[in-house]
Ligand binder design. Sequence first.
Ligand code: SF4
Length: 249
Amino acid sequence: MSSSSLPARSWGLNRGEESFLGPAVGMVTLAGCSAGCLHCYLGDAVAEPVPLTPAAFTRIGTDLRRRGATCLYLVNPEGGPPAVLAKALAAFRAAEPDCPVVVKLGGHEPLGLAEILRPVTDAVSLDVKVFGDTEGRAWLRVPDYPDRARAQARFWLDALGWFEPRTARPSGLWLRHVVLPGQAAAWKAGLRDLLPGEKPPVWVTLSYRPFGMARTHPGLGRPLDREEKTAAMAAAEEMRREGNTVWLA
Ligand code: SF4
């Protein structure tokens, strides 16, 4: 892959993301991620990365916008050379100034990448995955995951503030979380500990499905059972009572 292009894994209209972003986001997923989540669904997709120049990236984003995308939704930004990514996003913003740019982060990325993304990003969906070092090492292959996720959350909160759902153009940070098997009772406290004293908006889903290596994993190889879903829904309700905006999917 050339150092002047972005390795795009896939792009298209996606209707399965955060509902508050509208009926369809224009998702572009880059290939490459330094976390090795056992439950990653991207590993199951057979895809040769397509090299995109900034101009090609902009054409794709513009096309998605014309087809009804409410925002450009970039996944795995660490997959491309940062300078090219910054150039591509700046070109897209110049071409489509009314289209918000949403970046989905996994929480493990280096802060240097956040610095580069900051001037070209309207909103961040920070997918906080696990809350302990042990799970970070075993399930994501990232030894200091909790510290990294905390640093990302602090950076983006300082840079953008919390997402405010009532504004016309999405902007700010929200947390995203997939409740994993065995974690139904722990996720609320985990999110609370990320930035103590804060009341983040949270999009949380109970629709975990094991992909890839997770299928045979003793802990991750199954969806949530009924009791876990009930416990997770109760935790979501508690968070709402405590003042958080919570979307449950
Ligand atoms: S953070 Fe995990 S789930 Fe997300 S792309 Fe990387 S390996 Fe996959």
